[in-house]
Every structure is written in structure tokens, then in C-alpha cells.
Design a protein around this ligand. Structure first.
Ligand SMILES: Cc1ncc(COP(=O)(O)O)c(C=O)c1O
Length: 392
């Protein structure tokens, strides 16, 4: 029998699947990562998709069970019950609300629905803003957000670079940085550029401290502003798919025209309407995510060689500065050695392979992550870890 060979260069040989986080360039592709490592999908501890660590609200199973009998009928194409619940929760007019099969469906439909000449993306940003604009045939320009400014936009140069007919995409808070925009500055810009459309993606805003205070979702939104929200992250239902957009009635009608009928299924409509009532879950989730984010960020910063950027969301952007490790190598080793998936950020415009993003998960899971990271980083740096891990 041949002796087992020590495969030394293996750690630096990053398999193709890991080089491209998923066919779509997103995190959260457990099936692909499992296939690449010979694990079952449920054996992957997924820090690459940022989902509420508390899991879905308690009513989820009950609502789904109740709706099962309805599956023999088509869903309400207008999603009236959900629209009404959203209108009441956010104090909005129902005719400006458009439900979608996840925020993704709406983000892809918007560049087709709005009569624009060019898309402008503040980057780094969620990669589908660019993909959606390209698929709609819009030329693109990019406005850089830089780490020296914690990825916050410089409002004056941004305003100076905009033209009539532009469609500007902004994340609030932004993915992957977790940065919130200055609401006042943004509203000033929106009103100063009435012939530019602003799509503000608030998919992670429910995780922020006081979402109602920072959100742009109001009854008197300017006509050139569209707010998009995902419900899959905060309510931990990415497999169910649900989101909504809010716009002036004429824009909302144009957006509806771009969507196929019945794109939001009966189960998602029922769950969406039910979870909006659960204020206790909202408050508990926000408090937990805040405490977990703070303790996780502190534990990660303690490693040295890892810069942790400030975040208002349920994820952290990190930059590793180390002679032998970068985000790619780290992702590979964490996956192979510990079954942990992270989101390497080198396919975000403006970032490179030193950057990676991790979700804020439960205290126990964050602890597992820190231990796995310690096993890789500390031997490489010759350091010992000062303290334990987050206990929140
Ligand atoms: C910033 C941002 N917007 C929208 C989406 C899409 O969300 P959904 O699951 O509702 O389609 C994502 C998914 O990761 C995201 O990160």
C-alpha cells in the first residue's frame, strides 16, 4: 500500500467553487460548498449569508400549516392582506407598496420599470445592483466608497457627478460594509436631483437600532425615491422568498407591470402578513443582534491582523493583513478544516481578497468561529489568544 502523502501545497490551492462563491456571486450557497468539500449541506456552518440568528418568529410553522390548504388556489396576485399589513405597520398608502419574490425580484425589475439612461452604483455594494442594471441594458458608472472614510459617501462629489436620467443604487445599511447612510444628507440629495431616481435598499435596516428613525420609508416620500426591503433576512426566511418596494403610485404601477403574475406565493404572503404583528420578536431580535455583533466584533478585533469595520447590520466586514493569509486562503481553510463558510469579498467592486464578511450568528456559533479562526491565525502569528469568546 502506498504511504499517505502529506499534501503540503493543498492549503493554497483554492478549488474553483471557492474562488467563485456561487454561480450568482452570492454567499449562502450551502449546497455548492457542501459538494466541494464532501460534507452534507447541514454540516456547513454558514457565516456567508447574513440571516437573523434567532431564526424565524414562532408563528411561522402555525401560519404555514394553516396556509397549506390554500395551496390548491392561486395566491392573491395583488397580495392584498400583506400590502394592508405593511401599510398599517409603516403608515403608508397601499397603492405605493409592491410585494416581490424577495427583494431580488424587485431590484431586477426596477431598472426595467424606471425610464433611466444610466445606472450609478456606490461601491462596494451588493453585486446585484450592477447585474440588474446591466441586464436592463443600462450603462453603468461607479462612485467609490473608501475604507479611510469607513465606506461613507462624500455627498458633494456624489451630487456633482449625477445627471438627469440617472438611476442611483444605495444600500442602507450597505452590504458588505454594514454602513448606514446619513438620512438628512440623502434626502437633501434626493430633493436636489428631482430628475434622478434613487433606489435605496433597506434590506438589513430592521437590524439597526431604531429602524423607523433612520429609514427613508415615510408616507410623504419624494416621487424620485424608491425604497426596497427584504423580509428574508430579518425574519430568517430566505428559502421562502419575500420582499417589498415602496414608491410613488405611478412608479409602483410601472414596477408591478414588470413582475410576472403570482410571483409571491401563498405561504410567503401569509407568513409576511403574520410576522409584521410580532413586535416582541422585532425588539428581541434587534437587542440580541446588537449585543452579539458587539461581542463578536470585539473578539475578532482581538486577534490582531484583522481590522473590523463598524457595522449597523447583522454582519461584519473584516480585512486581514497577514503575510501568509488572505480572505481566500482563510475561507478555504475554515471550510476544509471546520466546515465554516465565510463570504470572501473580492468580487465586490472596490474590495480585494483581503476583505471578507461574516454574519453575526448565535453566541455559541460565533464562539466556534473564533476558535476555528484562532487555530489558523494564531499559529501563523505566534500569538496566544487573550480571552475567551463572546458569551452573549
Ligand atoms: C443588500 C441586499 N439586498 C437584497 C438582497 C436580496 O434579498 P432577498 O433574499 O429578499 O431577495 C440581498 C441578499 O443578500 C442583499 O444582501
Amino acid at each position: 500500500m502506498q504511504p499517505l502523502r502529506q499534501d503540503k501545497p493543498k492549503l493554497l490551492k483554492v478549488p474553483r467553487l471557492l474562488r467563485q462563491p456561487a454561480a450568482t456571486g452570492h454567499g449562502g450557497n450551502r449546497a455548492a460548498l457542501a459538494a466541494a468539500t464532501g460534507r452534507r449541506p447541514e454540516e456547513i456552518l454558514d457565516f456567508s449569508a447574513s440571516i437573523n440568528p434567532l431564526g424565524p418568529p414562532a408563528c411561522l410553522r402555525m401560519v404555514i400549516n394553516r396556509q397549506l390548504g390554500e395551496l390548491v388556489h392561486y395566491p392573491d396576485p395583488a397580495g392584498r392582506e400583506l400590502v394592508q399589513a405593511l401599510a398599517e405597520k409603516h403608515g403608508l398608502a397601499p397603492d405605493g407598496i409592491v410585494p416581490g419574490n424577495g427583494a431580488s425580484e424587485l431590484l431586477f425589475a426596477l431598472p426595467r420599470a424606471l425610464d433611466c439612461l444610466r445606472a450609478v452604483v456606490l461601491c462596494p455594494a451588493y453585486i446585484d445592483y450592477e447585474t440588474a442594471a446591466r441586464r436592463a441594458g443600462l450603462p453603468l458608472d461607479f462612485f467609490p466608497l473608501v475604507p479611510e472614510n469607513d465606506f461613507r459617501p462624500e455627498w458633494q462629489p456624489l451630487a456633482a457627478g449625477l445627471r438627469a436620467g440617472d438611476l442611483v443604487f444605495l444600500g442602507h445599511p450597505n452590504n458588505p460594509t454594514g454602513t448606514l447612510l446619513d438620512r438628512r444628507e440623502l434626502l437633501k440629495l434626493v430633493s436636489a436631483r428631482p430628475r434622478t431616481f434613487f433606489v435605496v435598499d433597506e434590506s438589513f435596516i430592521e437590524f439597526c437600532e431604531d429602524p423607523a428613525a433612520v429609514s427613508l420609508l415615510t408616507a410623504d416620500m419624494p416621487a424620485n425615491l424608491v425604497v426596497v426591503r427584504s423580509m428574508t433576512k430579518f425574519y430568517a426566511i430566505p428559502g421562502l422568498r419575500l420582499g417589498f418596494a415602496v414608491a410613488a403610485p405611478a412608479t409602483a404601477a410601472a414596477l408591478r407591470n414588470q413582475l410576472p403574475p403570482w410571483s409571491v406565493n401563498t405561504l410567503a404572503l401569509g407568513v409576511g402578513a403574520a410576522v409584521l404583528d410580532d413586535r416582541e420578536y422585532d425588539g428581541r431580535s434587534r437587542a440580541a443582534v446588537r449585543a452579539l455583533r458587539e461581542s463578536f466584533a470585539a473578539a475578532l478585533a482581538d486577534f490582531g491582523h484583522v481590522q473590523v469595520f463598524p457595522s449597523a447590520a447583522n454582519s461584519l466586514l473584516l480585512r486581514i493583513d497577514h503575510p501568509d493569509l488572505d480572505g481566500r486562503v482563510l475561507a478555504h481553510r475554515l471550510l476544509v478544516e471546520a466546515g465554516i463558510a465565510i463570504r470572501v469579498c473580492d468580487n465586490y467592486r472596490g474590495l480585494d481578497k483581503k476583505y471578507f464578511r461574516v454574519a453575526v450568528r448565535t453566541a455559541a456559533e460565533n464562539n466556534i468561529f473564533c476558535k476555528a479562526l484562532a487555530a489558523i491565525i494564531l499559529p501563523a502569528t505566534g500569538r496566544r489568544r487573550r480571552c475567551g469568546s463572546p458569551s452573549t
